[in-house]
Design a protein around this ligand. Structure first.
Ligand code: FAD
Length: 494
């Protein structure tokens, strides 16, 4: 594994999107970079609970799935990209099963869950609420078994390498022995999103946008950064500290769990016809408002009760670890930053605006999610588009890269204290509800922070990404989807 090797494809990130791309690119020579210590990576994929959306039932169709996706996205989606995604979903599930993924079944038939804003039960899941862990297990086993695939563990990309013609020809990488150049004929950014930057988040710390930031630093076009999805139900105990909060999967509400206010009354039925199964942004805002008034609780006692440990083992363990028994008591919840609809802009072939650079998964903005992602469409996006991209790269002739220009960046991530300041300013003024005054305050605090971070460093690139996101939030003055402005006329969100 020499750092001066030339690969056909260099994949940055080993989540569901990165590994799906790498596996499908066979028999090309592929390298996958990951900061983690295992092939399953340390991104969001292995944390996914609810599952993968796919029209597998007799009463369902890719067309219906596409319609639900467009409705959730408030019409800002690219309809062709959505049709491509939902049509590819059943085959993606079949592919995962051929790799050895074990999904929950009743006999021979997959058991399908239902989540908010889906008109059909179409959520394929594993071990109740451990879908991401099972998907990543299967992908990692398959990737590790492949001799044409180099898994480069403990390595973080901090800059894209370009040749004199401006083509992306690899990445500068921080590894165990310092900085290295990894060269390839095609580079795929599969580095996940940036929801982990917020103070309260369901994401692991590695979801810090560092991959999108290095694409921005190289001049790639980004899109839709203002659309950050907040999950309505993260477990509240621990929310006074920074970091990842346990998620209470939406499938709980799909199973009948209800939301209660501080007086123990349901508050969703008066707000939306679908009550607790209203679109995520609607529920997140309602929970946000209740937390300002005294708190919000998720009550699954009647709907799930004694079957909790079998049906939702991950959530059950997280609650019990905090001294809460969800079989018998409502548990306190807060909204938390969960998913980024925006990212590096890509076309139908996952190509970015930079020659030689592709993007896939949460790092990309492919147009499938619009202003709001439909639940369980993101693992699907990484898997389905990753497979399509890998297959396309495998069948195409890839150009010889030129010599790399000298790197203009150095590896220096934000310190823990700087990251905490960033998380606070985002949570205070750029979270569930936004206003121009608040966003201006966030920009000023960000500028102060940036003045303390060296220029041309990887940490500064993440701050530049944040500045671009805040500017996008300010520029979009009307509320739509996950972007909610309290200071302008609100458009009814989907
Ligand atoms: C708690 C939780 C529950 C969820 N539940 C669901 C669900 O039920 N269904 C669903 O569809 N979606 C769900 N999601 C969202 C979904 O998990 C993610 O959107 C999806 O897994 C993203 O996959 P990805 O491969 O694009 O990114 P990730 O899985 O985040 O992988 C990114 C990879 O890139 C690596 N990386 C990052 N930066 C760099 C860098 N600079 N250099 C090199 N490598 C880098 C990371 O370490 C990681 O390996 C959930 C998310 C969370 C956090």
């Amino acid at each position: 594994m020499k750092n001066d090797s030339l690969f056909d494809v260099l994949v940055i990130g080993s989540g569901a999107a990165g590994l799906a791309t790498a596996l499908a690119a066979a028999p090309r020579r592929v390298a996958v970079l990951t900061p983690g210590a295992t092939a399953a990576g340390d991104g969001a994929s292995r944390w996914a609970q609810g599952g993968i959306a796919a029209a597998m039932a007799a009463d369902d169709s890719p067309q219906l799935h596409a319609e639900d996706t467009l409705t959730a996205g408030a019409g800002l989606n690219d309809p062709l990209a959505v049709a491509q995604l939902t049509a590819a979903a059943p085959a993606a599930i079949d592919w995962l099963q051929t790799l050895g993924a074990r999904f929950d079944r009743a006999g021979e038939v997959l058991t399908l869950g239902r989540e908010a804003a889906h008109r059909r039960a179409r959520i394929v899941h594993a071990q109740g609420d451990a879908t991401g862990a099972e998907v990543m297990r299967a992908l990692a086993v398959a990737a590790t078994a492949r001799s044409d695939l180099t898994l480069a563990l403990g390595r973080t990309a901090f800059a894209l390498a370009r040749d004199a013609a401006g083509r992306v020809i690899g990445a500068w990488v921080q590894g165990p022995d310092g900085s290295e150049l990894w060269r390839a004929r095609a580079v795929v950014l599969a580095s996940g999103g940036y929801a982990g930057l917020y103070r309260h988040t369901t994401n692991p710390p590695g979801s810090d946008g560092s991959g999108i930031a290095l694409a921005l630093a190289a001049g790639a076009a980004l899109a839709d950064l203002e659309f950050v999805q907040f999950h309505p139900t993260a477990l509240a105990p621990g929310a006074d500290a920074h970091g990842q909060l346990p998620l209470l999967t939406e499938a709980l509400r799909g199973a009948g769990a209800v939301l209660l206010d501080a007086r123990g009354k349901r508050f969703m039925p008066v707000l939306h016809a679908e009550a607790e199964l209203a679109p995520r942004d609607v529920v997140a805002r309602a929970v946000w408002c209740e937390t300002q008034r005294g708190g919000a609780w998720l009550d699954a006692c009647e709907a799930v009760g004694a079957s909790f440990p079998q049906r939702f083992p991950t959530v059950f363990a997280a609650c019990m670890a905090r001294g809460l028994d969800p079989r018998t008591q409502p548990v306190p919840v807060v909204p938390a930053a969960h998913y980024c609809m925006g990212g590096v802009r890509t076309d139908a072939a996952c190509a970015t605006s930079l020659p030689g650079l592709y993007a896939v998964g949460e790092a990309a903005c492919s147009g499938v999610h619009g202003a709001n992602r439909l639940a369980s469409n993101s693992l699907l996006e990484g898997l389905a588009l990753g497979r399509a991209l890998g297959a396309a790269l495998a069948s195409r002739s890839l150009p010889e890269p030129g010599a790399a220009l000298p790197v203009q960046r150095r590896w220096q991530p934000l310190s823990a204290a700087q990251r905490a300041r960033l998380g606070d300013l985002l949570w205070r003024d750029a979270a569930v509800q936004r206003s121009d005054d608040g966003l201006a305050r966030a920009e000023a605090a960000l500028a102060q922070l940036a003045a303390e971070v060296p220029t041309a460093s990887s940490g500064r690139d993440v701050l530049a990404l944040t500045a671009t996101m805040l500017a996008a939030m300010r520029a979009r003055r009307r509320s739509i989807g996950a972007h909610f402005r309290v200071d302008t006329d609100a458009v009814a969100a989907a």
